[in-house]
Design a protein around this ligand. Structure first.
Ligand SMILES: [Zn+2]
Length: 339
């Protein structure tokens, strides 16, 4: 309204000037009314584009893999956490590109080309729309290699691999192998554990007793114990249960062993993903404990630390890795040899 009033005043003055000129018989044209330049962020197009991109980020942002899985065909069966990250990063990149235009007005020089800022705003609006369409159609976002805010490197080929496919598993293994968890200022690896789990596409459930809703204890008891640090149950795939009542929980979570423990549980998950059980027959007939097999698998394919993983073997020899276990783990990994 203020702007309209100012413009009206200008027009009146110009009109008066025009009239005086006409009276004097002047023939030269009146100077053009000068347009007030508007910063991009004050235009309705910018506001609409910003609200649209913010809305997409809000809709799809979640730290919870189970919630994210709902955006994929087949839910958890089609979930790909890396592809989800690719989508979110692409949206945030578009948001930042738009913010970079906020103060600009008129035309922006890019090299030799001057682009209309309004067109650039609209193209980013369209880009965000395309990103959502591509995500929902599981199209490739193209490869990305960048440094995230926390300084970590992110790289992805931008492809969608539904959970359980060889490409998906290769992606998870590469992540596990490259993952080095750092403790927080208090020496706790709890946050690093969450980061590892998210990258592996699994959830950490810290209510250990809930595992009994799906899997019974091998000794038939219906209560959780204080000697188990973590566990995996193939009847509730994608969840690693962490036992805070374990006698060694505090020591474990303040040690790099915590990361190894999660990798080990993910090893059970991978074996169950191939063999439909954490206790494949190929090990049972060889008289091999499934923990031996899992530790071998974890070291061979998930960047497991053999020394840390075999620490518990002092009291529990079933965690000791054998050459035969390496062979069976390789058979499961390379050729799905479960029986
Ligand atoms: Zn185990």
């Amino acid at each position: 309204m203020v702007l309209a009033a100012v413009l009206a005043v200008v027009l009146v003055v110009v009109g008066g000037f025009f009239a005086a000129r006409a009276l004097l018989g002047a023939t030269s044209a009146a100077p053009p009314v000068e347009e007030v330049p508007t910063a991009a962020e004050d235009t309705p197009e910018y506001k609409e584009a910003a609200a649209y991109i913010d809305g997409l980020i809000e809709t799809y942002h979640s730290e919870n893999p189970e919630e994210q899985a709902e955006f994929f065909p087949g839910g958890a069966a089609g979930y790909d956490s890396t592809y989800m990250n690719d989508f979110m990063i692409s949206l945030v990149e578009t948001q930042v590109e738009l913010e970079d235009l906020a103060d600009l007005e008129g035309f922006e020089a890019r090299g030799d080309i001057a682009s209309d800022v309004a067109d650039l705003v609209l193209s980013l609006r369209t880009k965000a729309e395309d990103l959502e369409r591509m995500f929902l159609a599981q199209e490739s976002f193209g490869s990305k290699r960048l440094t995230l805010e926390d300084g970590t490197q992110y790289s992805s080929d931008g492809e969608y691999y539904p959970e359980g496919t060889p490409a998906y598993n290769a992606e998870r293994e590469a992540f596990a192998q490259g993952f080095v968890g750092q403790p927080d200022a208090n020496g706790s690896y709890a946050a690093a554990g969450e980061e590892l789990a998210a990258g592996l596409g699994v959830t950490l459930n810290h209510n250990f007793g809930e595992i009994l809703d799906y899997c019974g204890r091998s000794d038939g008891s219906t209560e959780t114990d204080t000697s188990t640090g973590a566990a995996y149950c193939d009847q509730s795939p994608g969840v690693v249960y962490i036992n805070h009542d374990s006698v060694s929980y505090e020591a474990d979570v303040h040690s790099p062993y915590y990361i190894q423990m999660i990798k080990h549980e993910f090893g059970h998950a991978r074996i169950a993903g191939v063999c439909a059980t954490t206790r494949p027959q190929v090990a049972s007939v060889a008289g091999m404990n499934h923990e031996t097999l899992t530790n071998a698998f974890t070291v061979l394919y998930l960047g497991g630390d053999a020394d840390l993983l075999q620490q518990v073997a002092v009291d529990r020899p079933e965690y000791l890795i054998t050459e035969e276990a390496n062979q069976l783990a390789q058979g499961i990994h390379d050729s799905s040899t479960c029986q």
